[in-house]
Ligand binder design. Structure first.
Ligand code: SF4
Ligand code: SF4
Ligand code: SF4
Ligand code: FES
Length: 971
């Protein structure tokens, strides 16, 4: 007799076949139970269902309402089994294993019962299998075959769903109730997996139907995550792309190109065409879940706006000339050489993007350092998470988050500061919401009432500290004050793990009366007692985890606040185990990676300073070129010097500084002042309108490489189709373009594949020592550090000691921003993101996601609106010390009086026309979150918007393409 032993510690990638549905979720109890299924002995963790255990033995029990991403429900009665010595036929999906039981899954009685169940289902189902879009991919069809159903005795005359109308309102999927078997998998997916609770089962018995709150899907609460579509066993909920293109034929596993969650997806293909993206169950960050962006918004890769041929021009006022790769590369190289000869190498530099792969970032910084001969290389993390890198390195010793996302399931108190996970990091938000529904407490520090405050079903923040924008540091000191003065410090942890002297200095500082919640009440605009209660909860409520975002970093004291967060985590003993930690939620997919890869002007890959002799010698020897020991220019320095005529050439890969950086007029003036701007991108983005050379980049579907998410998880990006090309030449992956440019400049980069770039990174970067594409294929993903001591990576950091040895406390003196409100600019503008759009919107604006957010809107409190005679939907001018723009207004109490809020996904909104040059004292991260403004009703676009409109139309015309932009404006 066979005996299969399955232990909870066996690596899941070897244990589980991701293409198989085990019917119910995997359980991880330490207690093992032995049973016998159809003559096969198996040992599984306690709590496992009989159905799941049967699947592990290779026995498939018929099922319809069960799927392994959802808890069992037990409604379809198809999975019945017999258990020796027990009466009746229990459902194997809802019956847990028990020691010593003998289970039979295939008997003639069971076969009869299952056939009867299937007959009932089929009698209420259209018999159009051969023409159905799910033909061959339908569990109902499979089960009819599995139970041997040949005929249906009941006829089709009674009450049924066959004439129900199809709902096609959602841009990406249809809902065809005539095919619904009311298994409720969609309802449960929306509740358990996504946490949106948009669906219910309405009616009873044969009259039961799935309802999106009596609305169509588009108008309902649905956020289009696709969990219900994935869970549906029939063609009821179906991707429109599958309906149009047919069932996929093969798949390639890759990683989402959007946010820092880093979800793993299967690109399901027909030939070279993507038919759908389905979230991968084995994805370490997403476990089979997704959001609307990764799941559906990939159509931009084939959008007509893609520029697929290299282009050059002498002046930004000239038409673009389409040229061959060789001509474009040689022209760019000759311009770089000319500028170097005329102005010197310090007049040149490069900017990478967090949308690039690690390998692309690595070769770009290598090009700038080894070939341009300068350290003038920076990345867009400058404008988002550079304070995280600085602050965490100082305090904990490593510029990265401390946990896995899964760690939140062990948290008892979750503090979210300056982040909006349901919009910015939706898949992680779903996991967090699951933990909150289980009873974890929630503290939110945010000037605005984000959805988690009270707008998510079954979630309500225990404390919403709705502080005034710009007062984070005062808040963290006030929280620390309570912890220190009320004796809530975990002194054992601090004595053992931290530098005691630094703790004492910090303790004495935060204990000062001026740091008390009472003293800071007016500054913060938050009742002192609320701050006290929140601090007590965090310090005493069990495992406390802090998650933060750009609402922390994008301030003049961003780095101070990051250090303040680390101080609080250390003082309360909340670092170094599951359920706790300091967790920066990274905005873009590869923010962590672009920093890891040395795309900062002062650091080589692995955060080693350019002035460090040993590191420099290592890279000089590997690259065979002398390297500079002077830190290079940051993006704002490059732009300042360009405006002064001292910085002349820029190689900009995948980044759109003209839209994403503050003070747009300053940025565009700098770009106009340069002699050679080389942009490598998918589209003629805002920066490319000021470029002289355009290299067509490859989308994430067209190249190989890796992204590193917010948990330090390195995940593979796999090429599923060839890079686009417009005139018969082979399209190039982005690293190939950089390597060709390097060769034209006289320095050969001898890589044949992105994997060889990773091999070089691993050879030169201790934290990546054990990383290779081969290992990524084996493990799925790897969380760095990955080295001899941690050959499969490091999920949780700082377990026994901090990376820097002892944790170090830093004083966090609150210094108010110089950006002050006054009579002329009495309101504060703060900015953020929305679920359906992504960052500068270059990708999502070219998808059907515009159905949810076709323009940026400014939120204003009803009191402030009334003072100004502003009504819902009015066009309003927003003027700051830097500039003015015009948007439509919506009135909401989500923002507090005195504060307005908008998103920045559409370039014509000009959100950064208003933001100022203020920046973080340590890293120059812009103070996007605090701009003093005035708002008034207006009837026309701002001057900047009018100029932008005509300039961008002319620039698009220079490419020979038609503008696909529709700029909304006042009537
Ligand atoms: S829509 Fe699909 S998942 Fe939902 S109840 Fe109907 S068949 Fe089941
Ligand atoms: S797409 Fe997501 S949010 Fe919408 S109904 Fe389905 S599960 Fe719920
Ligand atoms: S955008 Fe983020 S949360 Fe959404 S699918 Fe992509 S990685 Fe996942
Ligand atoms: S699969 Fe078990 S009752 Fe439906």
């Amino acid at each position: 007799m066979d005996d299969i032993k399955y232990t909870p510690h066996t690596p899941h990638v070897n244990q589980y076949d991701s293409s198989k549905d085990y019917g119910t979720p995997k359980k991880s109890s330490q207690k093992l139970v032995k049973l016998n299924i159809d003559g096969v002995e198996i040992t599984v963790p306690e709590g496992t269902s009989i159905m799941h255990a049967a699947q592990l033995t290779g026995v498939t029990v018929p099922k319809l309402c069960a799927t392994d991403s959802l808890e069992a429900f037990g409604s379809c009665r198809l999975c019945l089994v017999e258990i020796e010595g027990r009466r009746g036929y229990p459902a194997s999906c809802t019956t847990p294993v028990a020691e010593g039981i003998q289970v039979r899954t295939q008997t003639s009685k069971l076969a009869d019962v299952r056939r009867g169940v299937m007959e009932l289902y089929i009698s209420d189902h259209p018999l159009d299998c051969l023409t159905c879009s799910a033909n061959g991919d339908c569990e109902l069809q499979d089960m009819a075959g599995a139970v041997g159903l040949r005929e249906v005795r009941y006829g089709y005359d009674g009450e049924n769903h066959l004439k129900s109308a199809k709902d096609e309102s959602n841009p990406y999927f249809t809902f065809d109730p005539s095919k619904c078997i009311v298994c409720s998998r969609c309802v449960r997916a929306c509740e358990e997996t996504q946490g949106t609770f948009a669906l219910t089962i309405k009616g009873r018995g044969f009259g039961s139907v799935v309802s999106a709150g009596n609305k169509n899907f588009l108008e309902s609460e649905c956020v289009s995550c696709g969990a219900c579509v994935s869970a549906c066993p029939t063609a009821t909920l179906m991707e429109k792309t599958v309906i149009e293109a047919g069932t996929p034929e093969h798949k390639v596993t890759t990683t989402c190109a959007y946010c820092g969650v880093g979800c793993s997806f299967d690109a399901e293909m027909k030939g070279e065409e993507v038919v759908r993206m389905t979230p991968n169950k084995e994805g370490g960050a997403n476990h089979g879940h997704s959001c609307v962006k990764g799941r559906f918004a990939w159509g931009y890769a084939t959008h007509q706006d893609r520029i697929t041929t290299p282009m050059i021009r002498k002046s930004i006022h000239d038409e673009w000339q389409v040229v061959s790769w060789d001509e474009a590369i040689n022209y760019a190289a000759s311009e770089i050489k000319r500028i170097e000869a005329k102005y010197g190498k310090e007049a040149m530099g490069g900017i990478t993007s967090s949308r690039c792969t690690n390998e692309e970032v690595y070769v770009t910084q290598k090009l700038v350092r080894a070939v341009f001969g300068t350290n003038n290389v920076d990345t867009c993390a400058r404008v988002c998470h550079s304070p995280t890198g600085y602050g965490l390195k100082q305090t904990l010793g490593e510029s990265a988050g401390t946990q896995t996302f899964d760690s939140v399931m062990e948290s008892d108190v979750i503090m979210v500061i300056g982040a909006n996970p349901t919009d910015g990091h939706p898949v992680f938000a779903s996991l967090m919401k699951r933990r909150l529904r289980e009873g974890a407490k929630l503290i939110i520090a945010d000037p605005r009432a984000i959805d988690l405050v009270e707008n998510s079903p079954h979630i309500r923040a225990d404390y919403h500290l709705n502080l005034r924008p710009g007062t984070n540091v005062a808040l963290i000191s006030a929280l620390a004050h309570v912890v220190v003065t009320e004796g809530l410090v975990k002194e054992d942890f601090v004595r053992e793990r931290c530098e005691w002297d630094s703790f004492v200095i910090w303790r004495d500082f935060v204990a000062k009366p001026e740091n008390s919640p009472e003293a800071l009440e007016e500054t913060l605009g938050v009742k002192a007692e609320l701050v006290r209660q929140a601090a007590r909860l965090f310090a005493t409520g069990g495992n406390g985890a802090i998650y933060y975002g750009l609402g922390v970093t994008e301030h003049s004291q961003g780095s101070t606040m990051v250090m303040g967060i680390a101080n609080l985590a250390m003082a309360t003993g909340n670092v170094g185990r599951e359920g706790v930690g300091v967790n920066p939620l990274r905005g873009q997919n590869n923010v962590q990676g672009s920093c890891d890869m040395g795309s900062m002007p002062h650091e080589y890959p692995g955060y080693r300073h350019v002035s460090d002799e040993a590191t420099r010698a290592l890279f000089e020897s590997a690259w065979g070129r002398p390297l500079s020991n002077d830190p290079g220019l940051r993006i704002p320095n490059m732009l300042d010097l360009a405006g002064e005529g001292k910085f002349k050439a820029l190689y900009c890969v995948g980044e759109d500084i003209a839209q994403s950086d503050p003070n747009t007029q300053h940025v565009t003036h700098a770009l106009e002042s340069m002699e050679c701007v080389i942009v490598q991108d998918l589209f003629l983005n805002e920066t490319a309108m000021y470029a002289h050379v355009f290299f067509p980049g490859a989308s994430f579907l067209e190249k190989s490489g890796t992204f590193t998410n917010a948990e330090r998880r390195i995940s593979p990006v796999r090429r599923v189709m060839a890079p686009k090309n417009g005139h018969g030449e082979r399209g190039l992956e982005d690293w190939e373009i950089t390597a060709k440019l390097s060769k034209a400049l006289g320095y050969e980069m001898n890589y044949n594949h992105a994997s060889e770039i990773m091999d070089e990174i691993a050879a030169l970067t201790p934290t990546f020592k054990g990383v290779s594409f081969k290992k990524l294929d084996e493990l799925g993903s790897i969380q760095w550090p990955c080295d001899d001591a941690n050959p499969t990576g490091t999920p949780t950091m700082h377990i026994d000691e901090f990376v820097r040895g002892k944790g170090k406390f830093f004083i966090t003196q609150y210094v108010p921003t110089t950006e002050k409100v006054n009579a002329k600019y009495p309101l504060i503008l703060t900015t953020g993101r929305i679920l359906s759009q992504y960052n500068v919107g270059a990708q999502t604006r070219r998808t059907k996601n515009n159905a949810w957010h076709a323009e940026d809107i400014v939120e204003i409190h009803p009191h402030d609106a009334e003072d100004r005679g502003i009504k819902e939907g009015d066009w309003v001018g927003i003027a700051s010390r830097a500039g003015e723009t015009v948007l439509r207004a919506t009135l909401t109490e989500r923002v507090q009086p005195g504060v307005i809020y908008t998103t920045f996904h559409h370039p014509e909104s000009g959100a950064n026309v208003i933001t100022t040059d203020n920046s973080d004292w340590a890293t120059n991260c812009p103070e996007f979150k605090v701009t003093a403004v005035q708002v008034n009703r207006v009837h026309q676009l701002s001057d900047w918007q009018k100029d932008y409109q005509s300039f961008s139309e002319a620039q698009i015309a220079f490419t020979g393409k038609k503008s696909s932009k529709v700029i909304k404006q006042p009537a």
